[in-house]
Structures are given as structure tokens and as C-alpha cells.
Design a protein around this ligand. Structure first.
Ligand SMILES: [Zn+2]
Length: 237
């Protein structure tokens, strides 16, 4: 099978019970996640922001990968070369069997804890201690530790962008699947178009129309967990 790029967004995790930021379901204690997931909110009330992220971590730990995560992991096995770019900060793709080397978490990793000032990152084991103690400080520079995610208004991580760029530059893709993302970020459309630039198939899986729709060569208007198993079957047989 060909070279493949898959891009996933919140719609894929929503079917595992992880609430998306947009819409009523995303609200937490009557607070809008789009306002909580910002450097400003953290500067104003780090404890509040941490409480919200701790709850999200628990929720993700209790959740299970769904049929969409599993289908994507199967696709990776059959592809000549494969890369997943996900906007999701959970670990459900990984738990479905996808290797870290085959994925880029472009909005970060909710289970990582990093310094709000220097580049210090905390290891997974110490994280549990941190969860009991609320907001902790960096052992290197003393600044507050924060969740290892990208907040609204922050630039994408350059190291991760570089991994995507390298993959796109090396060769075009025969199949590009964009699933469960509203594609409101320009870079999603840019990457999808550049990956499929030489006649590759560009498949959008989303119940709703998105800004990417008009570029897609094929539209699947179904939720991810319903659509992906048969789509992957078809592509790999
Ligand atoms: Zn630090």
C-alpha cells in the first residue's frame, strides 16, 4: 500500500467520551474551555487550570480507544510509510497500538508536565505526586509547572512541525485522511493539500461540512468510529 497521512481531531476522541472544547459538553463548572486553555487563565489562576486538567487526565485514563483509533492503527501496519498528525492531547491512539514514532501530537501531550518558563519536562512517574500536591514548581528554575499542552494563542511546537514537514517533503502521499476535525486551523488544510499534491486521494471523514470539504476528493459524512473500519478495510484490501 501507498504512503499515508492521517490527521485527526477532537471528533475521534469524542466517541470515546472525551468532551470536545466546542459546544455545551465542553463546559466545566460553567467555564468555557476555550478561555481556560490559555496562558492568561494560567497566569490568573494556575490552581483552577490545573484542577481542570487533572479532571481531564482522569477522564482520559478511564476512557478506551474506539473503533476509529483501532482502524487507524491497522492502517499504519499496512501502509508503506505512515504518519498520524493528531490535534488530540490524549493517549488513545497510542493505546490502540500506534507507535510514538508514527505520530505527531501537534497540540502536545496532556500527560506531560512542563515548566512554564524553561524547557524542563517532568517524567511520568513524578507526575502522580504532582497530582496530589496541586501546582508545583520547576526544580530547575522555580517557575510554575504546567500541563504539556499547547494553549490557545501559543505557537505550535517547532520540533513537531519539523517532523511533519520532513514527512511531507520527502514524498507525496497516495492517501490522506482528515477525520473528526473542523479544520479551522490553516495548517491542517495546508498539510492535507501538500501531502496529496500529486494526485493523492484526500478523504474527509466528518458528519459536517468543513473548510476542507471543497478540496476533498471523497467525502464520508459519518462519525469516525462508524466510518473508519470499513474505509480502512477497503483501502488495505
Ligand atoms: Zn523551569
Amino acid at each position: 500500500m501507498v504512503r499515508v497521512l492521517v490527521i485527526t481531531g477532537a471528533g475521534v476522541s469524542a466517541e470515546s467520551g472525551i468532551p470536545t472544547f466546542r459546544g455545551k459538553d465542553g463546559y466545566w463548572r460553567n467555564l468555557d474551555p476555550i478561555k481556560l486553555a490559555t496562558p492568561e487563565a494560567f497566569a490568573r489562576d494556575p490552581e483552577l487550570v490545573w484542577q481542570w486538567y487533572r479532571e481531564r487526565r482522569h477522564r482520559i485514563r478511564d476512557a478506551q480507544p474506539n473503533a476509529a483509533h483501532e482502524a487507524i492503527a491497522n492502517l499504519a501496519q499496512c501502509a508503506d510509510e505512515f504518519l498520524l498528525v493528531t490535534q488530540n492531547v490524549d493517549d488513545l491512539h497510542e493505546r490502540a497500538g500506534l507507535a510514538k514514532a508514527e505520530m505527531v501530537q501537534i497540540h502536545g501531550d496532556i500527560f506531560a508536565t512542563k515548566c512554564s518558563r524553561c524547557d524542563f519536562e517532568q517524567e511520568q512517574e513524578q507526575e502522580h505526586e504532582q497530582e496530589r500536591n496541586g501546582v508545583t514548581r520547576c526544580t530547575r528554575c522555580g517557575a510554575l509547572m504546567r500541563p504539556g499542552v499547547i494553549w490557545f494563542g501559543e505557537p505550535l511546537p517547532s520540533r513537531e512541525i519539523e517532523r511533519v514537514e520532513n514527512y511531507l517533503q520527502r514524498d507525496p502521499c497516495g492517501v490522506v485522511i482528515v477525520v473528526g476535525t473542523t479544520a479551522t486551523f490553516g495548517y491542517i488544510i495546508d498539510w492535507a493539500l501538500r501531502a496529496s499534491r500529486r494526485g493523492g486521494e484526500l478523504i474527509e471523514v466528518n458528519p459536517e461540512e468543513t473548510p476542507l470539504t471543497r478540496f476533498a476528493t471523497r467525502l464520508v459524512r459519518e462519525p469516525a468510529a462508524l466510518a473508519l473500519p470499513s474505509l480502512v478495510n477497503e483501502l488495505t484490501s
